[in-house]
Design a protein around this ligand. Structure first.
Ligand SMILES: [Zn+2]
Ligand SMILES: [Zn+2]
Length: 366
């Protein structure tokens, strides 16, 4: 495994966040394009420095990089495969460090958002162990025959003369507003486009091979770059996968931990017992000591779910639930009564405490 990000910033693998930021600032200043106009090598270095900083300054990304190298971050770095998180990026760093934006030019507006969000529902097991899934979805491209206008025949909007904007006077100020006649398109449609029936776009089908990592949880999002809707220049936005996970009857999840409720008969809780409980990978023996209380917890370390970022497993927690008989036969009733009597004074544990309390309360109203 290579650790070139550390080498690029010239910091050690154990460098603190502050050390990394300091190293980045120094390097970025040195290789900044404004200071090295026309220097291709400096520009290349500047890009590498930023890439390295983007990863090493982010705890989650750094953890993934330390473990899996660059490959683990592909999706987040705008590569071709899938990954997690990754909103914000170079632009934010540029703005934070230098006070200017590296943002792309504003694109000509499409009649739809460039990013797509689709929902993928996983079985509990798939979320725990990861799964490869092929998903079909639809994405939009600009209708070629009308170039996105939705019109077969049209004329220039007379209100705004095609500008899409009108200026309204508010006292001495002039304010630009979207043209109310054409809603900003600059044209009036005389006849709808046959190809797209006036929508301005075409619906296409696409397939995506999702490699969903072990440990994903309900509500998580994956970003697949360049698989969204297409703009006027043929560039595609991003596809976001919103993950939902079906609940399991036995295993209840909380973060990376798994909870299992263990029903145990009241006699077993008093006498003690040895039972088998299910785990995510098989079974474990659970020893219940005599006189065990209701809701007692037993922790099985690293029998939970692998963390989606670090791979570290959570715990399995078994919670005891004492069960009482729903019906008694005459014989059982007799036996229980006999047992009850055999405890003598112990069965009246509440009496001595409460009699005193009742007397005290009565005294309040005398
Ligand atoms: Zn107009
Ligand atoms: Zn069309």
């Amino acid at each position: 495994m290579e650790f070139e990000y550390y080498e690029i910033l010239e910091v050690s693998k154990t460098a603190t966040k502050a050390e990394i930021k300091k190293a980045y600032r120094k390097k970025a200043m040195k290789y900044h394009p404004d200071r090295n106009p026309g220097d291709k090598e400096a520009e290349e270095m500047f890009k590498k420095i930023n890439e390295a900083y983007q990863v090493l300054s982010d705890d989650k990304k750094r953890a993934i990089y330390d473990k899996y190298g660059k490959a683990g971050l592909d999706g987040q770095m705008g590569g071709s495969s899938s990954g997690f998180g990754g909103f914000g990026g170079f632009e934010d760093i540029f703005e934070e460090m230098f006070g200017f934006g590296g943002r792309r030019e504003k694109r000509k507006e499409t009649p739809y958002n460039l990013d797509i969000l689709i929902e993928v529902e996983l079985e509990f097991k798939e979320a725990v162990f990861g799964v490869k899934k092929e998903e079909e979805y639809e994405y939009y491209t600009i209708c070629k025959s009308c170039n996105g206008t939705g019109a077969k025949k049209s004329h220039t909007c007379p209100t705004c003369s095609g500008a899409g904007q009108v200026f309204m006077s508010h006292g001495f100020m002039k304010v630009a507003q979207t043209c109310p006649t054409c809603q900003g398109s600059g044209i009036i449609i005389d006849e709808e486009c046959d190809e797209c029936k006036g929508s301005g776009y075409k619906i296409n089908k696409d397939k995506i091979e999702l490699d969903i990592p072990a440990g994903v949880d309900d509500g998580m999002r994956m970003r697949i770059p360049n698989k969204g809707n297409e703009d006027f220049d043929g560039r595609r936005g991003d596809l976001y996968i919103h993950i939902t996970v079906k609940e399991d009857k036995i295993f209840k999840r909380n973060g990376d931990d798994i909870f299992v409720e263990v029903p145990i008969f009241f006699t077993s809780a008093i006498l003690g017992d040895k039972i088998k409980i299910p785990t995510l990978t098989g079974e474990k023996e659970l020893e219940i000591k005599p006189h065990t209380k209701d809701k007692t917890k037993y922790r099985f370390k690293q029998e939970g779910i692998p963390n989606v970022h670090t791979g570290r497993k959570g715990n399995l927690i078994a919670i005891l639930k004492i069960i009482y008989p729903e019906k008694l036969t005459d014989e059982q009733k007799e036996l229980l009564e006999k047992l009850h009597k055999s405890f003598g004074k112990e069965v009246n544990a509440h009496k001595s405490i409460f009699e005193e309390a009742i007397e005290k309360v009565k005294g309040w109203f005398k």
